[in-house]
Design a binder for this molecule. Sequence first.
Ligand SMILES: [Zn+2]
Ligand SMILES: [Zn+2]
Length: 280
Amino acid sequence: MNVTLWGTRGSLATPGAETARYGGNTSCVGVIGRGGTVLVLDAGTGIRGLGRTIDASVRRVDILLTHLHMDHIQGLGFFAPLYRPDMDVHIWGPVSSHISLRERLMRYLSPPLFPVSLRELPSAITLHEVPCGEVDIGEFRVSSALVCHPGPTVGYRIADAHGRVLTYLPDHEPALGSMAFPSLPLAWTSGGALAANADLLIHDSQYSAAEYPNYIGWGHSSFKDALAFAALSDVKHLVPFHHDPGHTDIDIDRLMTEAMAEARPCFRVTTALEGATFQI
Ligand SMILES: [Zn+2]
Ligand SMILES: [Zn+2]
């Protein structure tokens, strides 16, 4: 599968000269299978650019939302395929105990926050509340599970027919789930079953180790904890993701260098950079 990062920033879009290299668009990752299946992971502001690259011959796109915080849905109304009458768009998102996925999305995709209502869009839109289990989407088997982050939030494990695995945990604080993190068995750690032995893990790394104690419970990880979670999960390649809006490119370089020097990981690490592509 081909994986492209269209938005790597967390919390708030952060354009500008100081963030131009790692990128200012919020969470969005495009996945294209060898058989042509198109998955979109989250609908942050990065989805606008992704939408412009989808070929006219593509008739179905599946958008997998991890949760409905604004940085993960803000680009949805600017996704060009939603305006194509010949397009089937399936939107998957976590279950809430009291409000449907449609009602939650409509809170944003309706006036006065957005000029067009979800039901007025020309494409055929189907909403799915993700089962915490497995579902087949095109050529992919997609597993989801609730993970440690405020509000209903899932992570995704996407496997192709050849057994290659991408795990996507953009907003995740496994250290909050256990005082003993990362010393507990993987099976007892938030997100563990999704990340185990993944070929590519895209994981929250919003804070420095020094910043993290000020934000415990906000649902995000430090670079240090992202590296520890990846080691515990025995992944082949980690992509630290969901950069803090307050971090410049130079800050991210420094945080990464410091965390790598301390952790000395035995797997590949590539800090998420807008536009980067990975072949799994
Ligand atoms: Zn986020
Ligand atoms: Zn969030």
